[in-house]
Design a protein around this ligand. Structure first.
Ligand SMILES: Cc1ncc(COP(=O)(O)O)c(C=O)c1O
Length: 279
């Protein structure tokens, strides 16, 4: 399991043991640095059971890993795990109280919407019923309230939180959102901009054998993509190899560009060209 965003999940008191290993995974790689206090790059690989060949994993790690590990990173991992062991219950207790209070504060919003999230620590604010884009909201929070968000997209912005956020920090964010909410203009909810998943004509691995050509994006509708197309944020592929390029995906790419988000593709020729072939 790619558990890059899940290192903290087992510690929530409200949702304990939601992490991959507790849910029966055989192998999981988790980034400590994303959701727990550890330096960037700190991560853990968990393995158990008979299905995973740990000898082969060790062999491959010796191929791909450096032979000069960073003791700064190792000690950061050690520090993080020791902190969780000794004080995790208190820190997560406080964190969850702050999150509950933040959600209560957000109930007063009239235009912005604090969306529910399966990870309560990820605070997603929808701008869909306002004239603001998610990027506008992030810019205002940064410029006028000195609050930096994790990411933003056309219709929402995401504040990522952790046990290191203080009650004062949560209150500042809640207050800033309330002030912005009072000042924005409401508008009828915009339609969701994410298109439905395109039709998959072939598995990605089989597309390598196709005679693909760089094709102008506007002429590529109904052809099969031979490359990945994604935008960050949010980083989710819009098209993958083997999928049929449809009108909705092209319209979505155009809309992202109009909003200042530039989609990328494996061949790097978007928005002009996409690497495609007949299905
Ligand atoms: C889903 C997912 N997997 C993996 C990674 C990479 O993790 P790391 O930065 O710890 O290498 C990321 C990083 O953003 C991610 O979002």
């Amino acid at each position: 399991v790619d558990e890059a965003h899940g290192a903290h999940l087992r510690f929530y008191r409200q949702f304990p043991n939601r992490d991959a290993m507790a849910s029966g995974a055989d192998i999981s790689v988790m980034s400590l640095h994303k959701t727990l206090p550890a330096l960037t790059q700190c991560a853990l690989l968990h393995i158990r059971g008979e299905l995973v060949d740990s000898g082969e994993i060790s062999r491959l790690l010796s191929v791909f890993q450096t032979s000069s590990p960073s003791y700064v990173l190792l000690s950061s991992i050690d520090h993080c795990l020791r902190l969780l062991d000794s004080d995790g219950a208190r820190l997560f207790g406080e964190y969850e109280r702050n999150l509950v209070k933040f959600r209560e504060d957000m109930a007063c919003l009239r235009n912005l919407i604090a969306l529910p999230s399966s990870d309560p620590g990820k605070l997603i604010i929808s701008t869909k019923k306002t004239t603001l884009s998610g990027m506008d909201l992030a810019d205002i929070l940064y410029a006028e309230h000195k609050i930096e968000l994790e990411m933003s997209s056309i219709d929402y912005a995401l504040a990522m939180t952790s046990i290191c956020d203080t009650e004062e920090g949560f209150n500042r964010l809640a207050k800033a959102l309330t002030v912005i909410d009072d000042s924005v203009q409401p508008e009828p909810p915009r339609e969701s901009h994410s298109p439905a998943l395109p039709v998959q004509a072939k598995p990605p691995g089989e597309v390598l054998a196709c005679q693909a050509k760089l094709t102008p994006l506007n002429k590529a509708v109904e052809l099969m993509s031979a490359e990945y197309v994604w935008a960050y944020p949010p980083g989710i592929p819009i098209i993958i190899p083997g999928e049929i390029i449809d009108e909705a995906s092209v319209a979505y790419i155009t809309r992202l560009i109009q909003n200042g988000i530039y989609p990328k593709s494996t061949k790097g020729q978007l928005p002009e060209y996409i690497y495609a072939c007949s299905p």
